[in-house]
Design a protein around this ligand. Structure first.
Ligand code: SF4
Length: 68
């Protein structure tokens, strides 16, 4: 439950900032695209189960295997 609350807070923070796609988010997503744990069709990471087009935009988000 704490994980969901933290995710909602982060998403709201991103929305309040204007839903800007930062160069850092693009960089992170490019790493995911080349990662063996990334499911291209679902746009999800099978390590953390997250939807990566959103997760990569969140300030405090981290790759579960420290690639970014
Ligand atoms: S978050 Fe990390 S483990 Fe998951 S797809 Fe991206 S680079 Fe790979």
């Amino acid at each position: 439950m704490k994980k969901v609350i933290r995710l909602v807070r982060e998403v709201l923070k991103w929305i309040r900032k204007g839903c800007i796609v930062s160069p850092r988010a693009i960089y992170r997503l490019s790493i995911c695209f080349a990662c063996k744990y990334y499911l291209v069709d679902k746009k999800k990471c099978i390590k953390c189960g997250c939807y990566m087009p959103l997760k990569t935009k969140l300030d405090t988000a981290k790759c579960p295997i420290n690639k970014w």
